[in-house]
Design a protein around this ligand. Structure first.
Ligand code: NAD
Ligand code: WQD
Length: 337
Protein backbone atom coordinates (compact mmCIF):
# COMPACT_ATOMS: atom_id res chain seq x y z
CA UNK A 1 0.00 0.00 0.00
CA UNK A 2 1.20 3.55 -0.73
CA UNK A 3 2.68 4.95 2.44
CA UNK A 4 2.27 8.59 3.34
CA UNK A 5 4.34 10.14 6.12
CA UNK A 6 1.94 12.27 8.14
CA UNK A 7 3.98 14.64 10.29
CA UNK A 8 1.94 15.97 13.18
CA UNK A 9 -0.40 13.04 12.59
CA UNK A 10 -1.44 12.82 16.25
CA UNK A 11 -2.69 16.42 16.14
CA UNK A 12 -6.17 17.73 15.42
CA UNK A 13 -6.15 17.86 11.61
CA UNK A 14 -3.50 15.16 11.13
CA UNK A 15 -5.41 12.50 13.08
CA UNK A 16 -8.61 13.10 11.09
CA UNK A 17 -6.63 13.05 7.85
CA UNK A 18 -5.20 9.67 8.82
CA UNK A 19 -8.78 8.32 8.82
CA UNK A 20 -9.48 9.77 5.37
CA UNK A 21 -6.18 8.42 4.02
CA UNK A 22 -7.02 4.87 5.12
CA UNK A 23 -10.51 5.17 3.60
CA UNK A 24 -8.86 6.14 0.29
CA UNK A 25 -6.41 3.22 0.35
CA UNK A 26 -3.29 5.04 1.57
CA UNK A 27 -1.23 3.90 4.57
CA UNK A 28 -0.49 6.79 6.96
CA UNK A 29 2.81 6.66 8.82
CA UNK A 30 2.44 9.07 11.71
CA UNK A 31 5.43 11.06 12.95
CA UNK A 32 4.80 13.26 15.98
CA UNK A 33 6.78 14.56 18.93
CA UNK A 34 3.57 14.98 20.98
CA UNK A 35 4.49 18.57 21.79
CA UNK A 36 0.83 19.50 21.25
CA UNK A 37 -1.02 16.18 21.25
CA UNK A 38 -1.73 13.13 23.38
CA UNK A 39 -0.80 9.54 22.69
CA UNK A 40 -4.31 8.31 23.44
CA UNK A 41 -5.44 9.83 20.13
CA UNK A 42 -3.71 6.77 18.64
CA UNK A 43 -6.12 4.57 20.63
CA UNK A 44 -9.05 6.51 19.20
CA UNK A 45 -7.67 5.99 15.70
CA UNK A 46 -7.26 2.28 16.43
CA UNK A 47 -10.91 2.03 17.48
CA UNK A 48 -12.10 3.82 14.34
CA UNK A 49 -9.88 1.85 11.97
CA UNK A 50 -9.89 -1.54 13.70
CA UNK A 51 -6.10 -1.68 13.66
CA UNK A 52 -3.11 0.20 15.01
CA UNK A 53 -1.37 2.69 12.71
CA UNK A 54 2.39 2.92 12.60
CA UNK A 55 3.54 5.87 14.66
CA UNK A 56 7.04 7.19 15.32
CA UNK A 57 7.66 9.49 18.25
CA UNK A 58 10.18 11.84 16.66
CA UNK A 59 10.90 15.50 16.10
CA UNK A 60 10.70 16.54 12.45
CA UNK A 61 13.65 18.85 13.00
CA UNK A 62 15.79 15.81 13.78
CA UNK A 63 17.08 15.07 10.29
CA UNK A 64 18.74 11.80 11.36
CA UNK A 65 15.57 10.48 12.95
CA UNK A 66 13.53 11.49 9.88
CA UNK A 67 16.07 9.87 7.57
CA UNK A 68 15.81 6.58 9.47
CA UNK A 69 12.01 6.71 9.07
CA UNK A 70 12.20 7.50 5.34
CA UNK A 71 14.77 4.76 4.79
CA UNK A 72 12.69 2.08 6.46
CA UNK A 73 9.20 3.15 5.37
CA UNK A 74 9.90 4.34 1.80
CA UNK A 75 6.84 6.62 1.62
CA UNK A 76 5.49 7.96 -1.67
CA UNK A 77 4.40 11.24 -0.13
CA UNK A 78 4.41 13.52 2.88
CA UNK A 79 1.66 15.56 4.45
CA UNK A 80 3.46 18.07 6.60
CA UNK A 81 1.16 19.16 9.44
CA UNK A 82 3.82 19.39 12.15
CA UNK A 83 4.15 22.99 13.28
CA UNK A 84 3.58 25.25 16.24
CA UNK A 85 0.26 27.00 15.72
CA UNK A 86 -0.68 29.33 18.59
CA UNK A 87 -0.83 32.84 17.14
CA UNK A 88 -0.47 34.62 20.52
CA UNK A 89 2.43 32.43 21.66
CA UNK A 90 4.23 33.11 18.38
CA UNK A 91 4.29 36.82 19.22
CA UNK A 92 5.94 36.02 22.58
CA UNK A 93 8.32 33.34 21.25
CA UNK A 94 9.00 34.15 17.60
CA UNK A 95 12.20 32.12 17.33
CA UNK A 96 10.48 28.98 18.54
CA UNK A 97 7.99 29.42 15.69
CA UNK A 98 10.51 30.30 12.99
CA UNK A 99 12.73 27.40 14.03
CA UNK A 100 10.07 24.74 14.34
CA UNK A 101 7.92 25.68 11.36
CA UNK A 102 10.63 26.59 8.83
CA UNK A 103 13.25 24.04 9.78
CA UNK A 104 10.91 21.04 9.92
CA UNK A 105 9.75 21.84 6.36
CA UNK A 106 13.34 22.17 5.14
CA UNK A 107 14.22 18.79 6.67
CA UNK A 108 11.41 17.26 4.59
CA UNK A 109 12.49 19.03 1.41
CA UNK A 110 16.09 17.89 1.86
CA UNK A 111 15.14 14.27 2.39
CA UNK A 112 12.59 14.07 -0.43
CA UNK A 113 15.02 13.78 -3.38
CA UNK A 114 17.31 11.41 -1.50
CA UNK A 115 14.49 8.96 -0.86
CA UNK A 116 12.60 9.70 -4.06
CA UNK A 117 9.58 11.01 -2.24
CA UNK A 118 7.94 13.17 -4.88
CA UNK A 119 4.72 14.39 -3.30
CA UNK A 120 4.29 16.99 -0.57
CA UNK A 121 1.12 18.49 0.84
CA UNK A 122 1.71 21.46 3.11
CA UNK A 123 -0.61 22.97 5.76
CA UNK A 124 -0.91 26.65 5.04
CA UNK A 125 -3.51 29.04 6.38
CA UNK A 126 -5.92 31.77 5.36
CA UNK A 127 -3.98 33.91 7.82
CA UNK A 128 -1.67 34.75 4.87
CA UNK A 129 -4.46 36.94 3.42
CA UNK A 130 -4.79 39.21 6.47
CA UNK A 131 -7.89 41.40 6.02
CA UNK A 132 -8.45 41.25 2.26
CA UNK A 133 -9.95 44.19 0.40
CA UNK A 134 -12.42 42.05 -1.53
CA UNK A 135 -14.37 38.96 -0.51
CA UNK A 136 -14.45 36.06 -1.06
CA UNK A 137 -10.70 35.53 -1.31
CA UNK A 138 -9.28 33.63 -4.25
CA UNK A 139 -5.79 32.16 -4.38
CA UNK A 140 -4.84 35.20 -6.49
CA UNK A 141 -5.82 37.59 -3.68
CA UNK A 142 -2.54 39.21 -2.60
CA UNK A 143 -0.97 37.92 0.58
CA UNK A 144 -0.57 40.66 3.19
CA UNK A 145 2.18 40.94 5.78
CA UNK A 146 1.05 38.68 8.59
CA UNK A 147 0.16 40.16 11.96
CA UNK A 148 2.06 37.39 13.76
CA UNK A 149 5.28 35.39 13.48
CA UNK A 150 3.06 32.31 13.10
CA UNK A 151 1.42 33.82 10.04
CA UNK A 152 4.82 34.79 8.65
CA UNK A 153 6.01 31.20 8.93
CA UNK A 154 3.12 30.03 6.74
CA UNK A 155 3.89 32.58 4.01
CA UNK A 156 7.62 31.79 4.23
CA UNK A 157 7.02 28.05 4.02
CA UNK A 158 4.88 28.54 0.92
CA UNK A 159 7.77 30.50 -0.64
CA UNK A 160 10.36 27.90 0.34
CA UNK A 161 8.31 25.21 -1.41
CA UNK A 162 7.75 27.41 -4.49
CA UNK A 163 11.48 28.12 -4.76
CA UNK A 164 12.45 24.46 -4.41
CA UNK A 165 10.02 23.51 -7.14
CA UNK A 166 11.33 26.35 -9.34
CA UNK A 167 14.85 25.00 -8.84
CA UNK A 168 13.50 21.86 -10.49
CA UNK A 169 13.92 19.71 -7.50
CA UNK A 170 11.90 16.61 -8.29
CA UNK A 171 9.15 17.81 -5.99
CA UNK A 172 5.45 18.04 -6.63
CA UNK A 173 3.75 20.04 -3.94
CA UNK A 174 0.46 21.58 -2.95
CA UNK A 175 -0.12 24.14 -0.21
CA UNK A 176 -3.60 24.05 1.22
CA UNK A 177 -4.74 27.30 2.79
CA UNK A 178 -7.13 26.16 5.48
CA UNK A 179 -9.84 28.48 6.67
CA UNK A 180 -11.17 27.79 10.22
CA UNK A 181 -11.25 24.04 10.96
CA UNK A 182 -13.73 22.91 13.61
CA UNK A 183 -15.64 19.73 14.51
CA UNK A 184 -14.52 16.19 15.15
CA UNK A 185 -14.86 12.69 13.73
CA UNK A 186 -18.55 11.69 14.07
CA UNK A 187 -17.54 8.66 16.18
CA UNK A 188 -16.31 11.09 18.88
CA UNK A 189 -13.22 8.90 19.23
CA UNK A 190 -10.86 11.64 18.03
CA UNK A 191 -11.11 15.43 18.13
CA UNK A 192 -9.31 18.60 19.09
CA UNK A 193 -7.39 18.68 22.39
CA UNK A 194 -6.67 22.31 23.25
CA UNK A 195 -4.06 22.94 25.93
CA UNK A 196 -4.63 25.59 28.58
CA UNK A 197 -7.25 28.27 28.03
CA UNK A 198 -8.44 27.92 24.43
CA UNK A 199 -7.89 31.00 22.28
CA UNK A 200 -10.11 29.78 19.43
CA UNK A 201 -13.85 30.25 19.39
CA UNK A 202 -15.18 26.70 19.15
CA UNK A 203 -12.85 25.07 21.72
CA UNK A 204 -13.70 27.87 24.19
CA UNK A 205 -17.42 27.63 23.47
CA UNK A 206 -17.33 23.85 24.04
CA UNK A 207 -15.78 24.31 27.48
CA UNK A 208 -18.48 26.85 28.35
CA UNK A 209 -21.16 24.41 27.18
CA UNK A 210 -19.54 21.70 29.32
CA UNK A 211 -19.68 23.97 32.38
CA UNK A 212 -15.88 24.21 32.65
CA UNK A 213 -15.93 27.95 31.97
CA UNK A 214 -18.52 30.46 33.05
CA UNK A 215 -19.26 32.37 29.92
CA UNK A 216 -18.10 33.08 26.39
CA UNK A 217 -16.98 36.58 25.50
CA UNK A 218 -17.80 37.74 21.99
CA UNK A 219 -14.80 39.76 20.90
CA UNK A 220 -16.48 42.73 19.30
CA UNK A 221 -20.01 43.39 18.00
CA UNK A 222 -19.27 46.67 16.25
CA UNK A 223 -17.81 45.25 13.06
CA UNK A 224 -19.21 46.21 9.69
CA UNK A 225 -21.12 42.92 9.33
CA UNK A 226 -24.88 42.19 9.39
CA UNK A 227 -24.97 41.43 13.15
CA UNK A 228 -21.79 43.31 14.09
CA UNK A 229 -19.77 40.20 14.96
CA UNK A 230 -16.79 38.93 12.97
CA UNK A 231 -17.21 36.50 10.08
CA UNK A 232 -15.13 33.39 9.33
CA UNK A 233 -15.34 30.37 7.04
CA UNK A 234 -15.67 27.42 9.45
CA UNK A 235 -14.91 24.07 7.85
CA UNK A 236 -15.60 20.60 9.27
CA UNK A 237 -12.30 18.89 9.98
CA UNK A 238 -13.42 15.74 8.10
CA UNK A 239 -14.03 17.82 4.97
CA UNK A 240 -10.59 19.33 5.44
CA UNK A 241 -9.14 15.83 5.92
CA UNK A 242 -10.69 14.71 2.62
CA UNK A 243 -9.10 17.68 0.84
CA UNK A 244 -5.67 16.23 1.66
CA UNK A 245 -6.58 12.96 -0.03
CA UNK A 246 -7.74 14.88 -3.11
CA UNK A 247 -4.47 16.85 -3.12
CA UNK A 248 -2.40 13.67 -2.93
CA UNK A 249 -4.41 12.07 -5.71
CA UNK A 250 -3.82 15.12 -7.92
CA UNK A 251 -0.07 15.02 -7.22
CA UNK A 252 0.03 11.31 -7.96
CA UNK A 253 -1.62 11.89 -11.34
CA UNK A 254 0.84 14.58 -12.42
CA UNK A 255 3.38 13.10 -14.77
CA UNK A 256 5.87 15.92 -14.34
CA UNK A 257 8.96 16.21 -12.18
CA UNK A 258 8.02 19.53 -10.71
CA UNK A 259 4.65 20.95 -9.84
CA UNK A 260 3.36 23.45 -7.31
CA UNK A 261 -0.07 24.87 -6.65
CA UNK A 262 -2.07 26.49 -3.88
CA UNK A 263 -5.71 25.88 -2.98
CA UNK A 264 -8.11 27.54 -0.58
CA UNK A 265 -9.84 24.96 1.60
CA UNK A 266 -13.01 26.36 3.10
CA UNK A 267 -16.75 26.07 2.61
CA UNK A 268 -17.12 29.30 0.65
CA UNK A 269 -19.61 30.53 3.24
CA UNK A 270 -18.99 33.00 6.03
CA UNK A 271 -20.65 32.68 9.43
CA UNK A 272 -20.63 35.30 12.17
CA UNK A 273 -19.75 34.58 15.79
CA UNK A 274 -23.41 35.08 16.76
CA UNK A 275 -24.62 32.79 13.98
CA UNK A 276 -22.22 30.10 15.14
CA UNK A 277 -23.44 30.44 18.73
CA UNK A 278 -27.09 30.26 17.62
CA UNK A 279 -26.41 27.22 15.44
CA UNK A 280 -24.65 25.46 18.32
CA UNK A 281 -27.58 26.20 20.66
CA UNK A 282 -30.17 24.97 18.19
CA UNK A 283 -28.49 21.76 17.05
CA UNK A 284 -27.42 20.69 20.55
CA UNK A 285 -30.33 22.09 22.58
CA UNK A 286 -28.03 23.99 24.92
CA UNK A 287 -28.18 27.61 26.01
CA UNK A 288 -24.77 29.27 26.03
CA UNK A 289 -24.04 32.07 28.47
CA UNK A 290 -22.18 34.84 26.66
CA UNK A 291 -21.26 38.49 27.07
CA UNK A 292 -20.23 41.15 24.61
CA UNK A 293 -16.65 42.36 24.90
CA UNK A 294 -14.27 44.59 22.97
CA UNK A 295 -12.56 43.57 19.75
CA UNK A 296 -9.56 41.24 20.13
CA UNK A 297 -6.34 42.97 19.03
CA UNK A 298 -5.08 41.65 15.70
CA UNK A 299 -8.46 40.19 14.65
CA UNK A 300 -9.77 40.79 11.18
CA UNK A 301 -13.38 41.69 10.48
CA UNK A 302 -14.30 39.05 7.97
CA UNK A 303 -12.94 36.42 5.63
CA UNK A 304 -14.33 33.54 3.63
CA UNK A 305 -13.02 31.53 0.74
CA UNK A 306 -13.70 31.37 -2.94
CA UNK A 307 -13.42 27.61 -3.34
CA UNK A 308 -13.89 27.33 -7.09
CA UNK A 309 -10.23 26.46 -7.69
CA UNK A 310 -10.39 23.50 -5.30
CA UNK A 311 -13.76 22.45 -6.71
CA UNK A 312 -12.33 22.24 -10.21
CA UNK A 313 -8.68 21.43 -9.60
CA UNK A 314 -9.01 19.01 -6.69
CA UNK A 315 -12.54 17.83 -7.45
CA UNK A 316 -13.28 18.50 -3.82
CA UNK A 317 -15.95 20.48 -2.01
CA UNK A 318 -16.97 20.67 1.63
CA UNK A 319 -20.00 18.45 2.23
CA UNK A 320 -20.75 18.98 5.91
CA UNK A 321 -22.66 21.91 7.38
CA UNK A 322 -21.82 24.23 10.24
CA UNK A 323 -24.49 22.42 12.29
CA UNK A 324 -22.87 19.02 11.52
CA UNK A 325 -19.51 20.35 12.70
CA UNK A 326 -20.94 21.81 15.91
CA UNK A 327 -22.85 18.63 16.67
CA UNK A 328 -19.76 16.47 16.16
CA UNK A 329 -17.62 18.87 18.19
CA UNK A 330 -20.08 18.73 21.11
CA UNK A 331 -20.25 14.93 20.97
CA UNK A 332 -16.44 14.85 21.23
CA UNK A 333 -16.37 17.42 24.04
CA UNK A 334 -18.73 15.28 26.11
CA UNK A 335 -16.22 12.42 26.03
CA UNK A 336 -13.67 14.76 27.66
CA UNK A 337 -15.75 16.08 30.54
P1 NAD B 1 -2.03 20.46 16.25
O1 NAD B 1 -1.15 21.19 17.17
O2 NAD B 1 -3.23 19.77 16.81
O3 NAD B 1 -1.19 19.39 15.42
C1 NAD B 1 0.16 19.57 15.11
C2 NAD B 1 0.90 18.31 15.55
O4 NAD B 1 2.27 18.45 15.20
C3 NAD B 1 0.83 18.08 17.05
O5 NAD B 1 0.46 16.73 17.28
C4 NAD B 1 2.27 18.34 17.54
O6 NAD B 1 2.60 17.52 18.63
C5 NAD B 1 3.05 18.00 16.28
N1 NAD B 1 4.33 18.69 16.15
C6 NAD B 1 4.62 20.02 16.27
N2 NAD B 1 5.92 20.25 16.03
C7 NAD B 1 6.48 19.04 15.75
C8 NAD B 1 7.78 18.61 15.40
N3 NAD B 1 8.80 19.48 15.32
N4 NAD B 1 7.99 17.30 15.17
C9 NAD B 1 6.98 16.41 15.25
N5 NAD B 1 5.73 16.74 15.57
C10 NAD B 1 5.47 18.05 15.80
O7 NAD B 1 -2.47 21.48 15.11
P2 NAD B 1 -3.54 21.32 13.95
O8 NAD B 1 -4.67 22.25 14.26
O9 NAD B 1 -3.81 19.90 13.68
O10 NAD B 1 -2.75 21.98 12.75
C11 NAD B 1 -2.02 21.21 11.82
C12 NAD B 1 -1.36 22.13 10.81
O11 NAD B 1 -2.35 22.94 10.18
C13 NAD B 1 -0.35 23.10 11.40
O12 NAD B 1 0.69 23.25 10.49
C14 NAD B 1 -1.14 24.38 11.53
O13 NAD B 1 -0.31 25.51 11.50
C15 NAD B 1 -2.01 24.30 10.30
N6 NAD B 1 -3.24 25.07 10.39
C16 NAD B 1 -4.08 24.90 11.44
C17 NAD B 1 -5.25 25.65 11.54
C18 NAD B 1 -6.17 25.50 12.71
O14 NAD B 1 -6.97 26.42 12.96
N7 NAD B 1 -6.15 24.41 13.45
C19 NAD B 1 -5.56 26.56 10.52
C20 NAD B 1 -4.68 26.71 9.46
C21 NAD B 1 -3.52 25.97 9.40
C1 WQD C 1 -12.84 33.24 15.37
C2 WQD C 1 -13.73 34.43 15.73
C3 WQD C 1 -12.75 35.92 17.33
C4 WQD C 1 -12.76 33.36 20.82
C5 WQD C 1 -7.14 31.61 14.17
C6 WQD C 1 -5.76 31.94 13.69
C7 WQD C 1 -5.62 31.60 12.23
C8 WQD C 1 -6.03 30.15 11.96
C9 WQD C 1 -7.37 29.83 12.56
C10 WQD C 1 -4.09 28.75 11.98
C11 WQD C 1 -12.96 35.74 15.84
C12 WQD C 1 -14.01 35.28 17.87
C13 WQD C 1 -12.90 33.86 19.54
C14 WQD C 1 -13.62 33.84 21.84
C15 WQD C 1 -14.72 35.25 20.22
N1 WQD C 1 -5.14 29.22 12.53
N2 WQD C 1 -13.86 34.77 19.25
N3 WQD C 1 -14.58 34.75 21.49
O1 WQD C 1 -8.87 34.25 14.84
O2 WQD C 1 -10.16 33.44 12.80
O3 WQD C 1 -8.06 32.36 13.40
O4 WQD C 1 -7.39 30.22 13.94
O5 WQD C 1 -3.60 29.01 10.93
O6 WQD C 1 -4.29 31.80 11.88
O7 WQD C 1 -5.52 33.32 13.88
O8 WQD C 1 -10.05 31.98 14.84
O9 WQD C 1 -11.39 30.74 16.47
O10 WQD C 1 -9.65 32.38 17.31
O11 WQD C 1 -11.70 33.25 16.24
O12 WQD C 1 -15.59 36.07 19.97
O13 WQD C 1 -13.52 33.45 23.02
O14 WQD C 1 -14.27 34.19 17.04
O15 WQD C 1 -12.66 37.25 17.75
O16 WQD C 1 -13.78 36.76 15.34
P1 WQD C 1 -9.29 33.15 13.97
P2 WQD C 1 -10.66 32.02 16.29
Amino acid sequence: MSKIVVTGGAGFIGSHTAVSLVAAGFEPIIVDNFSNSEKNILNGLEQILGRRLTCYEADCNDADAMETIFASERPIGIIHFAASKAVGESVQKPLLYYRNNLNSLMVMLELMPKYQVHNLVFSSSCTVYGQPERLPVTEATPRLPASSPYGNTKAMCEDIIRDCVAAVMPVKAISLRYFNPIGAHPSALIGELPRGVPANLVPYLLQVAAGQRESLTIHGNDYNTPDGTAIRDYIHVMDLADAHVSALQLLNQKNTDSFYDIFNIGTGRGASVLELINTFEEINGIKLPYTLGPRRPGDIEQIYADVSKATEGLRWTAKRSLADALQDAWRWQQTLS
